[in-house]
Design a binder for this molecule. Structure first.
Ligand SMILES: [Zn+2]
Length: 77
């Protein structure tokens, strides 16, 4: 984990943009779309774990760059 509070503006964990919380608004939006899409994937695939889902998303060519980077971060946690 990175040290928090050493600078006034918090940087996104995935890029150098200013973060809204721990992510910039682009990566945050990517995270939100990942979380929104997950139930649909579970419906489509049957049982699908969160990590498996993230793995599939990462390898999906249709996944946007922001979501892909976010998925990579979430999968590594
Ligand atoms: Zn970012």
């Amino acid at each position: 984990m990175s040290v928090e509070g050493e600078a006034k503006s918090v940087k996104c964990l995935l890029c150098s943009r200013d973060a809204v919380s721990e992510l910039c608004r682009y990566h945050l939006q990517g995270k939100e779309s990942l979380e929104t899409a997950y139930p649909h994937w579970v419906k489509a695939y049957g049982i699908l774990g969160w990590k498996d889902y993230l793995d599939r998303v990462k390898r999906n060519v249709q996944t946007g760059q922001w979501a892909k980077e976010t998925a990579e971060m979430l999968a590594g946690r």
